[in-house]
Design a protein around this ligand. Sequence first.
Ligand code: HEC
Length: 153
Amino acid sequence: MKNLTKTLLALAAILLFSCGSGSEKKETSSTLSSRDQVRLKQYQVQGAKVYTTYCANCHQQDGKGLASLYPPLAGSDYLMEDMARAACIIKNGQSKEIVVNGVTYNSMMPGNPITNLEVAEVLTFIANAWGNEGGLIGVKDVDKWLEECEEGY
Ligand code: HEC
């Protein structure tokens, strides 16, 4: 009986251990803690809603933008090279000449009446949608970035 209990305990331990390491291996952003993994998923879900309400009109639901008027977010080198700048553009809008994936755009994006948390959520959404791989953009970073937006954003 004692032996059986020991065997069962050992089995349970093996099962727990293998499940744990198995699920970790599946995650692509393995540097994130499990709490941040959950937050990443939550931000993506909430961010998708913000995107549909505030962004899809121009950048389109598939993130590909519209002709020479609205630049793409899907695969955008301009977006992925500077998340702080992207947060400022999302909050405050932007109107100047920019080059996205080799194409020059010079039109006007208005600012958005959304909270810093919503900026973090929608930024996390677009940074991880359509093949983009930007990971979790936390609201604390967004708070800091938005205080330091450059003139002209
Ligand atoms: C009225 C149309 C419009 C809406 C709505 C809009 N944008 Fe834009 N967006 C633009 C235009 C136009 C530019 C280019 C501005 C420029 O030339 O400086 C731009 C630029 C950008 C850029 C940088 C360029 C790039 O392609 O990487 C990002 C990131 C971005 N928008 C994200 C968003 C997000 C997220 C939302 C929703 C919260 C949003 N935009 C809503 C029109 C819009």
